[in-house]
Design a protein around this ligand. Structure first.
Ligand SMILES: O=C(O)C(=O)C[C@H](O)[C@@H](O)CO
Length: 261
């Protein structure tokens, strides 16, 4: 029996649009609720949400039991961290702040077993192999891992063509918040100069045969990114969605009941 098919990777390689949401609540119960929403993929955020290996694994587990696919974003592309989340059963990972082909090549090695890579061999006792329940795991795991890298600085964009030349990189996510900050527009998402660079990058990524990705909660910009070639598109962040909704609910209740005495 081989490693489970990575449906996100298969869909992207067929050119299919994958619509996703950020999952930053750092809680499996809430991830399970989000996994009922019908997104193609959910980003379990280990970079900016207060997650550790166990909370990531628990969220991966509940999302894998749904029709959505978990993508784990690590805080940094360390080989040992990548090994741990892959052993915990993640098949898709996204690594922030990649600025060179050398860095991308290191990541490519980290997601593969020898001789192609350096992933440590311990799956026999890990969730990834169903605790040795997948006899062909070691021989088939590499092919089902999806590696995405984030290009989100001017240095990263300058190295984009080199990064795209790294065969084992499957997708490139352009990070609008970090790119804007790097360009001197901290906290701004409406700067034409930044958006033009994002759209240009998405087109170059698509032209290189890789999956281009983006996160934007602006529907009009999401549509523009899609037209520029974006294939994995996150349109929602659970934390901000909840924060807005609960604040609005509180205000509406206050407005409704204020004059009723
Ligand atoms: O640069 C970006 O944009 C991202 O990398 C995504 C953010 O980290 C996301 O958490 C929203 O701010």
């Amino acid at each position: 029996m081989p490693a489970a098919e990575n449906r996100f990777k298969s869909a992207l390689s067929r050119g299919q649009l994958q619509i996703g949401s950020w999952v930053g609540m750092a809680d499996p119960y809430l991830a399970e609720i989000t996994a009922t929403a019908g997104f193609d993929w959910l980003l379990v955020d280990g970079e900016h949400a207060p997650n550790d290996l166990r909370t990531i694994m628990e969220q991966v587990r509940v999302i894998q039991a749904s029709d959505s696919h978990p993508v784990v974003r690590l805080p940094v592309g360390e080989t040992w961290m990548i090994k741990q989340v892959l052993d915990a059963g993640a098949q898709s990972i996204l690594i922030p702040l990649v600025e060179s082909a050398e860095q991308a090549r290191d990541l490519a090695r980290a997601v593969q077993y020898p001789p192609n890579g350096v992933r440590g061999v311990g799956a026999a006792l890990a969730r990834s192999s169903r605790f040795s329940g997948i006899p062909d795991y070691l021989a088939t795991a590499d092919a089902q891992i999806w590696l995405g890298v984030q290009v989100e600085t001017r240095a990263g964009l300058a190295a984009l063509d080199d990064i795209l030349g790294v065969g084992r990189v499957d997708g490139v996510f352009v990070g609008p918040a970090d790119l804007a900050a790097d360009m001197g527009y901290l906290g701004r998402y409406d700067v034409a100069e930044v958006n033009d660079l994002i759209l240009d990058a998405l087109g170059r990524i698509a032209a290189a045969g890789k999956a281009p990705g983006i996160l934007t909660t602006d529907p009009a910009f999401a549509a523009t990114c899609r037209r520029a070639g974006a294939r994995f598109v996150a349109t929602t962040i659970d934390v901000t969605l909840y924060a807005q909704a609960i604040r609005q609910a509180a205000q509406q209740s206050r407005d409704n009941l204020a004059d009723q005495t």
